[in-house]
Every structure is written in C-alpha cells, then in structure tokens.
Design a protein around this ligand. Sequence first.
Ligand code: HEM
Length: 436
Amino acid sequence: MTASTLRPQQSQQLPPGPRLPIGVQSILFATQRHRLLRVLHRRYGPVFRFRVFPERNVVSISDPADIKEVFSGPVTTFHAGEGNQVLKPVMGEHSVLTTDEDEHRRIRTLLTPPFTGAALRGYREMVAGIAEREVARWPVGTPFRSHDSMQRLTFEVILRVVLGVSDGPRLDELRHTLGGVIDISALDIFGWHSQRMQRYGRWRRNRELLERSDTLLYAEIADRRAAPDLAERTDVLSRLLQAGTEDDALTDAELRDQLVTLLLAGHETTATALAWTWHELARSPETQARAADEDDDRYLEAVAKEAMRLRPVIYEVARRTTEPVVVGGFHVPAGTTVMPAIGVVQSDPAQHDDPETFRPERFLDGSTSPRNWLPFGGGVRRCLGAGFALMEATEVLRAVLTRYHLSPDRDRREQVKPRNITFAPARGARLVVTNR
Ligand code: HEM
C-alpha cells in the first residue's frame, strides 16, 4: 500500500462493523476489548468500525501496512493527542500525551534528551540497585503477587529519573496519592469526565487524591526552582526548568502535566509488562533456564519483548482524524478515532508463527520487526520511554534470575484484567520463588 490510499476521494465505502447498541459496544470495549477486537477481526477482517461512548466512531486497523501508513501520516491529519482525550482529566491539557502538532512537538523535544543516548545508559546502575533491593524482599517459598512488587520497583525508578530523589515525607505521600490515582477500573474512568459524579463516593476520593498529588508536585516544582544546585542536577524536572529561553520556558502548570504524565506512563506500564514476564517465565521452565544462564543481554531483552508481544499491556493506540481519509481501502470520515490494534497484530497467526506460544527466540531469528511488534505504538508518537523500559526490564530480569527460580502458584494462566488503560494479570501474577 502507498500513501495515496490516504487520499479522501478514492473510496466512499465505510468499513463494515457490528450493529449492536452503542451501550453494549462501549461496555464490551471497556471490559473485554482483548476478546472483542479479535472476534471482530475474525468476522470483518483487518479494518472494521464500531462505536463507543460518548458518540465516537472508531475504526480498528490491524494490517501492518495500514498501521504504518497511519503512524507515518501527517500529524495535522492524525491527532494522537485528541485520541488520548480520555487521559486529559488526570494528565492535563498540556501533557505530551494529550497535545498535538506544534504544542506536542515543542514539549516532546524538551522531554526527549533524558530518555535517549548517554542519559539512558547513565540510569542502568541506579535501576540495578533499586531492583536488587526490591527483589531481595521477595518471600521465598510462599506465594505472593509479583505485580505489587513490580509497582513498588518501577515507581521508585521513575521517581528517581523524573524528580531525582525518592525519599522524604513529600515523596512518601506522593507515592500513596498517585498510586491511588491509577489504581482504578473502567468505572472510575467515567467519573473523571463528570463533575457531578465527582461529588460522590469513589469518584470523590479519586478527585481528592489527584488534587493532593497536584499540591505535592507544585511544592516540589517551587522548591526545585529555588534549588542552589539546579544547574548540576540531571533529573527530568531540573532539566526542564533549565531548558529553553525565558520566553518559551514551561509554566508551572505545563511542568505539572509532564511530571504526572511521566510518573504515570512510566510506572504502571513497565510494572505490568514485568508482571506478565514473570507469569510467562514461571510457566516456561526451559526458557527460564536459558535466560538464567545467558550472559548476553540480548536474550534477556528478547524475553521482555516476547512478554510484551504475547501479553500487550496497552492493547491499542488512537489517532483522531481531522479530515476524511481512506484507510485500507475504506472511507474514514473526519472526527473518527483510528485505532491501530496492537494486540490483534501481535496475536495474528498471519504475523507470528504459533502466536500463543511464549518463545523469545523469535526476537533473535529475525521473524519479528517493527511492523508486527508494536507494544510502544509508532511514528512521532512512539512511546518516549521505550528504550528506558527495555533497559529497565533487562536489569530487573537479571536481578531476579540470578537469585531465584520461579514457579507459578498454580498451572492455570491468569485472566487478563483491564486496569485503567492497561491490561494486567488478574491475580497479580502470583509466583512461588526458591533460591537458585
Ligand atoms: C513496557 C512499558 C511501556 C509500554 C508498553 C508503553 C507503551 C506506550 C504506548 C503504546 C504509547 C502510545 C504510543 C502511540 O500512540 O503510538 C506510549 C506513549 C508514551 N509513553 Fe510509554 N510505554 C511504556 C513505558 C514508558 C516509560 C518508562 C515512560 C517514561 C519514562 C513512558 C512515557 C511515555 C510517553 C511520555 C508517551 C507519550 C508520547 C507522545 O505522545 O509523544 N512510557 N507508551
């Protein structure tokens, strides 16, 4: 396929799709999308249409050629920020995740250096140290939820990267309040978008936790602006405070939105990917033995990548169209959410041999590529922390596998449970570990 398929005049035919009431489609999407999208893919093919609240037309795509076209399409036509509107009440209107075009480019440029090249290599030792300390606490011989441990670990790591510190009473409280902000279900997400609901019960508590997190972050920003050692500091907040000229420096509100975004986007996703990694390794003794014996980091990284393929933490990404386009031969009107369906591509037998099998070797034999492996999305909106997350996963894998042998607490695999926007193991990836 070529870029010409994006020209609006070529097709007037809308993609096929189910006729179920919008309420039913919305509930199935919120709670079962890992099943729904695969069923609809089998029924209608790689391009289909469905609807979700509030009155949104969505077009799911899962042909790698179509996805590539959308990812590399004009940022003026495909708005990822608008596609991520559901995150706005928490991440804010200035977040790198919720903005588009020039505003997005400005912020993304400021945020990129701490997550690339030398900066990335510089974090390795810090991550290894935090991983060592966390996994040393695992209870030997007793079943436990490894996802909880991974959440503690990845939050420590991201606090250190973003704020440069992770101790002190303010950060202890932030750990608690932000932890509460993301520990939410599909039901909570509805509440984010309704002022009325936020006066009551769980939604009120969610709002209070977010307000408290903001107060703590604004206090941290104010202190840091005045810090005498600001120029020597290498954490993201200190770098952002020194970036740009006086005219285009980030305001406190803009800073707050990037901090919340990085803390939340960088923490829960990585914790969940690692939890699935333990879930799969515990059930694949041969792979586990090879990973424990390998000196080569490439195998450890392949293990993490294979867990992200088989158990995508984020099942799909979104781009909202600002003008009519043709995708995969179908007409897609302006205002539609086009969804590259990561989870469908990564489980499609046309894309991966034996897709239900956990086999890291597929990342070493050339059978995977950015076309059929896309847990971090793509194009100019590809995950800013992709390199960081893979480095972190490799270090944590090493810390765990040099110390422990992993077994599942039962053979049956855990169900997939939607947790805010991520898909986590329903029982917390329970493990039993023994010393090596
Ligand atoms: C395994 C862990 C992770 C997964 C699976 C993941 C996945 C994703 C996905 C699917 C997107 C959307 C991409 C798109 O729309 O094409 C994204 C965006 C983003 N991620 Fe990650 N992520 C992970 C870790 C991280 C980490 C560690 C950080 C921060 C250090 C981070 C920061 C971001 C940011 C800032 C964006 C927005 C990029 C933009 O819109 O320009 N992520 N991530």
